[in-house]
Design a protein. Structure first.
Lengths: 594, 113
């Protein structure tokens, strides 16, 4: 074992032991403890837990990589995934907390006095959460495979065991306090390497300022980092890093629609919403949202800096460099199949440029190697000048190595990636589990069952869900990325309007809400399925108003609002007690059932 | 967003039975809506107008080593969002007190813990 492997093991074992210890300390026996942590979570801690719950493997590993490839266009993730918290804080969280109860289908079912509405909400909650959780399990597998050299399957199984243990033992309470610990691990794992790289490249240790500072060494010394990046991109025939909406980047309308869909989708995601059920008061729910965004903002303002550093680093260390001279990390990631090089002009040097190097993801020809010693791939090479394939998901994991940071930093990043994936997976599993045990079994099918029995259902549902998620983590379907568009699109076009209108209008009734949700879902799902699964070759010229499937949830949401309001207007008003309930949730102090 | 928060016809005073919604509550709710609408205007201004719709124009200026529009969309907006929630939570805390509707935590569901 080399130094790096030992450090990796130490960090992973230490962090896992911490999570297990917390889970044992926080185990619960009541449904209230299991679903909403007894509503006794302190505000700042709930903010941290919400941050860990929210920041998934995608935020931790994927987002900086996406920004690094997309440049300005990557802003849509930053704005979308933080802007949603403003909506949550002002339009949803305090009122849902006042409403009480345990889940999102609880609110939809009660406010619209309809089991049909409840069932629609249950299906959406389960679908959205499942989509998401599969990605997390994959993330766990990738970290284990690349940083500990384990088989992906073994990595996923260990991950499943971990989540299963603390989710079923401690329910929401166990999950909350492990998430607090996981937040601390993941934020230090993200920020510490960023500080190191920022200092190394610009002499400024604060990444948020560093990526607007001057480069201190190399060919571009004296230029501002972003200026240097724009210049390198122009030289390679790529659109400038900081430029918006130029040829080769997404259009303005599409960026706008995707941003709104992500904001609204974020505010409608059940695993985020339920975190606000766990605090003691309405005021605490508002402050929780504030703290959540503070903690999320720490990572989200660092990510674009990491993206820019990673881009500059990658281009400077690989472009026009001889393959035989590339550093060890390059070969290591090549062995994992996440980097590949095809020497089109046979000069032994790596060239980076416009377009993909070859068709699809790399498929290696066994262990065979080519002239310069690079692994031979079987994919058909493209015409373009580009010879290098880099999987964008490795940017964050590889960055510390590329920047030659010490081994313990690399190990910390591994622990951080695991923390991000596990914390989000646990939050999602709780939604799936409560949707089955509470919303489906207790509220609809078996209203008379005891609390003990409900808890058994909750634990069994969590167990089954984690096994299914693990299966998809080991055998990921090709369409995982497409499914993420689904998760946000559906959350935006189904829950968001139903909840907002349920709070801010007393006139909206069950006919309106059900019609609106079904319209929103059918439209959004239909559009995504058509472009992502049926007619996959249809390009942007076929899109409605130039809106990609990722952004169509915004249109679905507007349709939902319109249909709900119109149908409610022409059908009978909701019953008096429902109106009273709406009145009750608007004022923090009015009593339940008053 | 405006459809979402506009008062629907069902909120008209004629519809509610006397005494159901007190003057105090009505005033509290109106103030709350007004504040939230203003905050959402700023939210939209930063989240969509400056960061996306007019980013190219703003990029003609720069702040340190950042093109201005680029900085707003990748840094500034997030800071503004945090500020907005802070103002909201703080103002509502004051409003709750002013109208005597603050949640003292006595109204949690009957639980077991």
């Amino acid at each position: 074992m080399n130094d790096q492997t030992i450090w990796n093991l130490v960090f992973v074992i230490a962090s896992f032991s911490l999570y297990i210890g917390i889970a044992i300390w926080a185990r619960v026996q009541s449904t209230k403890g299991f679903y909403v942590a007894g509503q006794g979570v302190p505000t700042v801690l709930n903010g941290m837990a919400t941050g860990a719950d929210w920041m998934s493997a995608a935020s931790f590993m994927g987002m900086a990589g996406l920004i690094s490839v997309m440049g300005y266009t990557g802003s849509m993730y930053l704005i979308g995934w933080t802007g949603g918290y403003v909506l949550l804080a002002m339009l949803l969280a305090p009122y849902l907390r006042k409403f009480g109860k345990f889940t999102v289908p609880d609110f939809v079912g009660d406010r619209y006095y309809s089991n049909l509405a409840r069932v629609v909400a249950i299906i959406c909650a389960i679908f959205v959460s499942f989509t998401y959780v599969c990605g997390q399990m994959r993330g766990v597998g990738i970290v284990f495979a690349n940083l500990l050299g384990w088989d992906i399957t073994l990595g996923v199984v260990v991950g499943i065991g971990m989540v299963f243990f603390y989710a079923t033992l401690g329910g929401m309470k166990g999950i909350t306090y492990t998430q607090v610990a996981q937040y601390c691990v993941l934020i230090s794992a993200f920020v510490i390497p960023a500080i190191g790289i920022s200092y190394e490249m610009t002499g400024n240790a604060i990444p948020q300022i560093g990526f607007g500072s001057k480069v201190t060494s190399g060919d571009n010394a004296g230029l501002y980092l972003l200026e240097a990046l724009d210049k390198i991109h122009t030289d390679l025939g790529l659109p400038e890093y900081t430029a918006a909406f130029v040829a080769g980047k997404k259009s303005k309308i599409d960026v706008l629609m995707i941003t709104i869909a992500l904001m609204v989708g974020t505010a409608g995601l059940p695993h985020v919403i339920i975190r606000f059920y766990t605090v003691k008061t309405v005021g605490a729910a508002r402050w929780s949202a504030f703290w959540a965004l503070v903690f999320i903002g720490m990572l989200y303002t660092t990510a674009p800096a990491v993206g820019a550093f990673a881009r500059a680093n990658l281009l400077q260390t690989t472009h026009n460099k001889a393959y035989k001279d590339v550093p060890g990390w390059f070969k290591k990631w090549e062995d994992s199949g996440l980097i590949a090089w095809v020497d089109k002009n046979g000069d032994g040097n790596i060239q980076f440029g416009k377009g993909a190097a070859f068709v699809g993801k790399p498929k290696f020809d066994g262990d065979k190697t080519d002239a310069a010693g690079q692994r031979l791939i079987t994919n058909a090479a493209t015409e373009g000048p580009n010879e290098l394939y880099v999987d964008r998901d490795i940017m964050v994991l590889a960055n510390p190595e590329i920047a030659k940071l010490p081994p313990w930093v690399v190990a910390l990043v591994a622990a951080g990636g695991l923390a991000a994936a596990l914390s989000t997976a646990a939050g999602l599993l709780l939604v799936i589990s409560s949707s089955v045990s509470h919303d489906l079994m207790k509220s609809i099918l078996k209203p008379n069952m005891s609390e003990k029995e409900e808890l058994v259902w909750a634990r069994v549902a969590a167990g089954v869900a984690v096994v299914i998620a693990g299966y998809f983590g080991i055998n990921p379907p090709d369409y995982v990325a497409a499914l993420v568009a689904f998760a946000f699109g559906l959350a935006a076009s189904s829950f968001f309007p139903a909840i907002i209108l349920g709070i801010f209008s007393k006139r909206v009734n069950k006919e309106g809400a059900v019609a609106g949700m079904i319209t929103g879902i059918l439209f959004t799902a239909g559009y995504i399925i058509y472009f992502k699964f049926i007619n996959t070759s249809a390009g942007p010229d076929k899109w409605l108003f130039g809106i990609s499937p990722e952004g169509i949830g915004t249109v679905g949401m507007i349709l939902n609002f319109v249909v709900t309001l119109v149908v409610s207007k022409i059908t009978p008003e909701p019953p008096a007690e429902v109106k009273k309930q709406v009145e009750m949730i608007r004022y923090p102090n009015s009593k339940h059932g008053a | 967003m405006s459809e979402a928060v506009k008062q629907s016809p069902g909120d008209a005073p004629a519809e509610s039975k006397p005494g159901e919604v007190s003057e105090n509550h009505k005033k509290y709710w109106q103030k709350n809506i007004k504040l939230v609408l203003w905050l959402l205007v700023v939210w939209f201004l930063f989240g969509c107008v400056l960061s996306i719709l007019f980013v190219e124009e703003l990029n003609k200026f720069s702040i340190g080593g950042f093109p201005l529009g680029f900085w707003i969309s990748q840094q500034g907006t997030i800071l503004v969002f945090i500020g907005l929630i802070f103002i909201y939570a703080k103002s509502l805390q004051k409003l709750d007190k002013e109208f005597g509707v603050e949640d003292d935590g006595s109204d949690t569901m009957g639980g077991h813990e």
